[in-house]
Design a protein around this ligand. Structure first.
Ligand code: X8Z
Ligand code: ZN
Length: 609
């Protein structure tokens, strides 16, 4: 503890506390001790909260919700207290690592609990309840009322959206899933109020401003940076959108898909229209289709969920990473349990902030989940790599980097890689590159405006620019503006469509994924270079490069992972890529041949909406 924590001045008989006036009396040694102490306490509380949340999301009941809410409240209350106490070191010149920790302690919140114990309890409870409501979400169609299986969960809905071409069936599933959300609206509205209150008590304008403060640059600059990146990739998205709209118009007719308007949100193969790769067969380029379907291959080989995870682990091992610990295999959840509600949305955990790595995922045997397994393991390998850092640095360089690691690896799941691991007999020749690229673009390029719009909505919700009575309208305005998609059926403020997306219900910031989808191509480009893949201009596109088996790429990657959050993210990026800025040129270069092809297909047809 510091020797003098506050200074009382007596002026005209009034007691005034002047913070920081004699801050020099708190020494660097005091600050170091304060941080050591803080890290110790926060580690214990974080682990308790993780254990409680793990149990809650694996066994959703009112009791586990209450226990998780309590454990999370304790951890957050303590961090809020420490963040406020840290102010007493303002004005003290600290060595860089201590100064960084002090800053991280003050900004490291997704949810800041208000000081009032009742309000803190309430907001923590609401957070756990909203998460549970999403996890329990089901659609029980009247048509199934008399059958054994009466209700559809998110897995069933996902499969219908992916496989069906029947507009009636798609619309029904879409409406059914979105009906889980209106009951969340009231809780969400109150959650926004209380969460803002906590953020303001810490000196932030609102929760959105608090989220934007974590990027080693002024929060307003970060918002501009995001706009800049979107402007860079928007033309590519427009080309893809126009091509897909036209093919869907051929398939479903003018009355369903207008020639120059938005695409109905239920026709894109995914309940949120965020990943369009499932409609690849409907839009495949005649003559350039690669002729294999990874989902088919995995199903035909009777691949089991554990095998899917083993493939993912195998990739990381090939780069030189140590195998996952035995506890990973004992404690993870790979299969949706039949007898209870769980949060199926895939996630990766490091329960003791050291080596207790796990994933929780209801794995389907599909190409999409093959990618998601790599995504989740990326989190786990990152967590293990930075576990040697002090507690406050045990996180990714920024949240987008955490999301980008596994996806970077999955970009190396090329036909040549599938041949190497024995899943495919022969890789298609280069005449099929357009088909392969189109499939990737449906996953990666289609996602970009979705990755952006969620927090454009939430930032405005937190700032009050979008009031509760405009929640749904504003949501669809942004869906229209960024994605060029429209609701397949009329919506109103009786709906609460944002709540049908996990990250809104569970209060997970989303701009991280937009950043990730830009950065993973920068990472892939850099690691491909390290792995000795043919360089730009060689005629072999980056989309055919797999870093599988490259120890050089693995070492480069690991150097960044081990840094954790100890340095500004720009330096971590530099460590691996030699670049200091977020740069969309990597994703644009990757898809350049496809964009050329799309623009040829779109000639004479409307682009935009
Ligand atoms: O939520 C995820 C991961 C867990 S961090 C499965 N993703 C986003 C989503 O599903 O909405 C990965 C891509 C985007
Ligand atoms: Zn993730």
């Amino acid at each position: 503890m510091a020797s003098i924590t506050k200074t009382i001045l007596l002026i005209a008989g009034q007691a005034l506390w002047v913070p920081g006036l004699f801050a020099a009396q708190s020494t660097v040694q005091d600050a170091r001790k304060f941080l050591e102490d803080a890290e110790q306490r926060l580690l214990v509380l974080a682990n308790e909260a993780q254990q409680a949340s793990w149990v809650q999301e694996n066994f959703i009941t009112s009791d586990t919700e209450a226990l998780a809410a309590l454990a999370n409240q304790r951890a957050t209350d303590e961090q809020v207290r420490l963040a406020k106490e840290a102010k007493r070191f303002d004005g003290l010149t600290l060595p860089p690592d201590l100064a960084r920790k002090m800053r991280l302690l003050r900004i490291g919140f997704t949810l800041a609990t208000p000081a009032d114990p009742k309000e803190s309890e309430e907001v923590s409870r609401l957070a756990a309840e909203l998460d549970g409501m999403y996890g329990k979400g089901k659609y029980c169609p009247p048509a199934l009322a008399s059958s054994d299986k009466k209700c559809l969960d998110i897995g069933d809905i996902t499969r219908i959206m992916a496989a069906s071409s029947n507009p009636g069936e798609l619309l029904d599933a879409w409406k059914g899933w979105h009906a889980i959300a209106p009951p969340m609206r009231k809780d969400f509205t109150r959650f926004v109020e209380l969460s803002n209150k906590g953020a303001r008590e810490l000196g932030f304008r609102d929760t959105g401003a608090m989220w934007r403060s974590k990027y080693d640059m002024p929060p307003d600059d970060f918002a501009k940076e995001v706009d800049r990146l979107w402007a860079q990739v928007r033309p590519l998205y427009l080309s893809l959108h126009a091509y897909v709209r036209n093919r869907l118009r051929e398939k479903y007719g003018d009355a369903v898909v207008p020639a120059n308007g938005p695409i109905p949100a239920d026709l894109l193969g995914n309940i949120w229209a965020q990943d369009w790769s499932n409609i690849y067969p409907s839009v495949a380029p005649p003559g350039a289709d690669p002729g294999y379907d990874l989902t088919r291959i995995l199903v035909d080989r009777k691949t089991q969920p554990t095998d899917m995870v083993r493939y993912g682990e195998g990739f990381f091992k090939s780069l030189g990473f140590a195998p996952l610990p035995p506890t990973f295999w004992e404690r993870s959840l790979f299969v949706k349990p039949r007898d209870r509600d769980v949060v199926c949305h895939a996630s990766a955990w490091d329960v003791d902030n050291l080596e207790d790595l796990r994933i929780k995922m209801c794995i389907d045997i599909t190409a999409e989940d093959f990618t998601t397994v790599h995504h989740e393991l990326g989190h786990n390998f990152y967590q293990r790599a930075y576990s040697k850092q002090p507690f406050l640095f045990r996180d990714s360089a920024n949240d987008g980097v955490h999301e980008a690691i596994g996806d970077t690896i999955a970009l190396s799941v090329t036909p040549e890689y599938l041949v190497k691991i024995g899943l495919l007999d022969r890789a298609p020749d280069s005449s099929k590159d357009i088909g392969l690229l189109l499939k990737r673009a449906l996953e990666k390029v289609a996602f970009l405006p979705f990755g952006l719009m969620i927090d454009q909505w939430r930032w405005r919700v937190f700032s009050g620019e979008i009031p509760p009575d405009k929640y749904n309208q504003a949501w669809w305005d942004l869906r229209m503006k960024y994605q060029g998609i429209a609701p397949p059926v009329e919506r109103s403020e009786l709906d609460f469509d944002p709540g049908a997306k996990y990250h809104v219900a569970a209060n997970v910031p989303y701009t991280r994924y937009f950043l990730s989808f830009i950065m993973q191509f920068q990472f892939h480009r850099a690691l491909a270079r390290a792995a000795g893949c043919p360089v730009a201009g060689s005629g072999t596109p980056l989309s055919r490069c797999s870093i599988y088996g490259s120890k050089e790429a693995g070492e480069k990657l690991n150097r960044m992972l081990e840094m954790g959050l100890s340095r500004p993210w720009q330096e971590a990026l530099y460590e691996m890529t030699g670049e200091r800025d977020l740069d969309a040129s990597a994703i644009l270069d990757y898809f350049a041949p496809l964009q050329k092809w799309l623009d040829e297909q779109n000639k004479g047809k409307p682009v935009g909406w």
